[in-house]
Design a protein around this ligand. Structure first.
Ligand code: NAP
Length: 675
């Protein structure tokens, strides 16, 4: 049945006013959808996002946005079968669909949990520590991130219609920025269905998301400095969009994820008979066939020591011989179709270009024995393995991306030669290496990391848990230099920052502290009647401080502590040896004794809102404490993060001072406090 795709503009669904384009099934060529965006008010969509969606999202804290993203992931999972059903027409097997659909939801789940664990329950993100500027500490610097006030325009490739949308939406929404999604036309019907599920979840504020199923009209003409274009697709389209006058003129952020001649490397230590050799063979074959090789991260070049190239070729061919190409709906099929007949034509053409520089050792460019259902024409192709025996004189194998099940095997002389060949792709998304020798791995990283966005080192110890060469992960950056586009996506909270502006704030600690909602050194430290441990989470103000009385640390205390804990290190026990040490004037108190006495000074013992001490951060012992010296403590509420409806985390700045007001120790104490 043909589906009439709709655009979603200004919180309403609407079909194009004309100019519809048919989209065909990859499996049998039947028209599955009509797509188009004629008649859309593109400028109005941008204005709606900026005027309605942006303010609503920015009014939510990172934690509220993270909870919303989790709800979106849940609804995709709850309705995943609807998406699997559509995904089959794109030529995807169930496994391919799993990567796209459940992988997409998983990416949102990860972003949500990172947002709640690593970002504040606030709208301003502090970047790094306070920078002291003035000598007296009254003028300081602090970097912060705030949300961009524009729109994220996401232009996606056809290969992962669900994941491609969700991996960009997670960081964008977490940053508090509305998005306009424009999927690739060939598989946009799957994206449209997933997008509809997101809207029907009812958790997004108005204006947060809009969808264009067709051309982008004059959208780019109206972009401003607060907007971001995040593009995934071919280098050719990226160049066209990047040179759009408005993008240059307005300084619009442009993130490009382009094609990439990714390489894998069988290291010199990993010859036939080693586990790494078998792992390499398996990885090359599966990277060629998952998603019929239509992955920007797929292995396009496999580098093998010259002595082992025949063994590698034979082993990979043996695996490829087991691949069953055909309609993914048919039992036993292990590799589906390319996304369209257009793609099939393109891949064949690129494979012919490769054959001018390399020998085809497996497969047939023009014929495949595909298992098919009734009638029609599907975009099927066999896996194609090439071999280039003179890789330094074969230009195309390092330059032509056939976006299908196509890889080229090539020999190298030594590790330096392999590194130089890997880097000849002029910048890639991912490089993998199969080695059990850490020294080889380090040499590889030093020689190649600058050219590759992600490097996977696979050996017998990690293979079982390895996520493989081709899987970008939400907590790691995805993107690469040069040919790969120079962009970076995901990487946990790093990806969120692509949709925020970093500003360097300068001012007094009091002002900056109020802006970031965190006590900064030099900001006021009000002291009240109530002990801070008697105040509930909601009652504690940032900056609220307890100053304790002093306590003298005696030699007897030190000896008692040493005997009690067993820590009889000479610096605490032996006057002469301690004095000979460059750090100590003689015997000194244990650092842990100072911490324990500090707790004894600031703790309020009776049951109350403080539920648990769960750790210390950034502990430093700054001045040794001699027997007979006194210490006192300043305990200040540094910041607070609600964790759940019952309790929240309080971060306390603790300063231990000597009688002469020298800082003996500083640290952050973390407690869980009842709301
Ligand atoms: P493409 O032809 O460049 O299309 C990418 C997107 O750009 C599609 O949504 C397309 O829409 C849109 N587009 C094309 N011309 C446009 C224009 N003038 N203005 C605005 N939008 C325009 O790439 P593709 O064929 O879909 O994807 C395959 C390529 O993407 C491969 O080379 C692959 O390596 C690369 N890729 C890279 C990554 C990565 O993360 N680095 C991931 C996946 C794919 P229409 O479909 O409507 O034309």
């Amino acid at each position: 049945m043909t589906k009439m795709l709709k655009n979603y503009a200004a919180d309403a669904w609407g079909a194009a006013s004309g100019g519809l384009q048919p989209v065909r099934s990859a499996v049998n060529g039947e028209v599955v959808a009509q797509t188009g965006s004629q008649g859309l008010d593109f400028k109005g969509m941008l204005e709606h996002a900026r005027g309605v969606g942006g303010p609503a999202l920015r009014a939510m804290t990172f934690h509220a946005r993270a909870r919303m993203i989790k709800a979106l992931a849940e609804v995709i999972m709850a309705r995943k079968e609807e998406l699997y059903a559509l995904s089959a027409s794109t030529g995807a097997t169930r496994t391919d669909g799993w990567i796209d659909i459940e992988g997409g939801a998983g990416t949102l789940f990860t972003m949500s949990s990172k947002g709640r664990r690593e970002l504040p329950d606030d709208v301003v993100l502090v970047d790094g520590e306070l920078e002291p500027i003035g000598k007296r500490g009254t003028f300081v610097g602090q970097h912060v991130y705030t949300s961009l006030q524009g729109v994220a325009v996401h232009i996606n490739a056809f290969n992962f219609p669900v994941w491609g949308m969700l991996e960009k939406l997670g960081p964008t929404l977490l940053a508090g920025v509305p998005a306009i999604v424009k999927p690739a036309s060939a598989t946009g019907y799957v994206t449209e269905a997933a997008f509809r599920i997101l809207i029907e979840a009812g958790v997004l504020p108005p204006g947060a998301l809009q969808l264009i199923v067709g051309q982008v009209g004059d959208l780019l003409d109206h972009l401003t400095c607060q907007d971001v274009v995040s593009f995934t697709g071919s280098a050719e389209t990226a160049l066209k969009l990047q040179s759009h006058p408005a993008i240059g003129r307005e300084g619009v952020r442009f993130i490009a994820e382009r094609d990439s001649l990714n390489a894998t490397l069988l290291a010199p230590d990993a010859g036939p008979g080693t586990p790494e050799f078998d792992l390499f063979v398996r990885e090359v074959a599966s990277e060629m066939t998952i998603k019929a090789g239509q992955k920007c991260t797929a292995i396009r070049r496999a580098l093998v020591p010259a002595a082992h190239i025949q063994a590698a070729e034979d082993a990979i061919k043996a695996r490829l011989a087991k691949v069953v190409v055909g309609d993914p709906a048919i039992e036993g099929v292990t590799m589906g179709a390319l996304a369209s007949l257009g793609q099939l034509k393109d891949v064949r053409e690129k494979a012919r270009q490769l054959s001018a520089d390399a020998r085809l050792v497996f497969g047939d460019i023009d014929h495949v024995d595909a298992r098919m259902g009734e009638g029609g024409e599907g975009a099927f192709i066999s896996p194609l393995l090439f071999r280039a025996d003179t890789p330094w004189t074969s230009e195309r194998v390092h330059d032509v991306e056939a976006f299908g099940p196509v890889s080229t095997l090539m020999p190298y002389r030594d590790l330096d030669d392999a590194i130089a060949l890997a880097n000849r792709g002029k910048g890639s998304l991912v490089l993998s290496a199969f080695t059990y020798d850490p020294a080889t791995a380090r040499r590889l990283i030093l020689g190649a990391a600058a050219f590759h966005g992600r490097i996977v080192l696979i050996d017998r110890d990690c293979a079982r848990e390895s996520t493989g060469h081709g899987s970008p992960l939400p907590m790691l950056v995805h993107g690469g230099p040069g040919r790969a586009g120079g962009g970076e996506e995901m990487g946990g909270v790093r990806g969120v920052k692509h949709y925020m502006q970093r500003s360097a704030l300068q001012g007094s600690p009091r002002t900056l502290s109020a802006i970031v909602n965190r006590w900064l050194p030099g900001a006021p430290q009000p002291i009240g009647e109530a002990h801070p441990f008697r105040q509930r989470f909601g009652e504690l103000d940032v900056g609220y401080t307890l100053k304790t009385p002093a306590r003298t640390v005696t030699l007897e205390d030190i000896e008692h502590f040493a005997a009690f804990t067993g820590d009889t290190f000479y610096a605490h026990m032996d006057e002469e040896a301690a004095a000979a040490n460059p750090f100590f004037p003689g015997r000194v108190a244990h650092g842990y004794l100072i911490l324990s006495f500090a707790a004894g000074l600031f703790v309020d013992p009776a049951p109350g809102p403080v539920l648990a001490n769960y750790g210390l951060d950034a502990l430093r012992f700054l001045k040794p404490l001699s027997p007979g010296e006194a210490i006192r403590v300043e305990l200040t509420v540094k910041d607070k993060t609600a964790r759940n409806p019952e309790y929240g985390e309080v971060r306390w700045a603790v300063k231990v001072l000597s009688a002469a007001d020298e800082t003996v120790a500083t640290y952050d104490l973390l407690t869980m406090n009842a709301l």
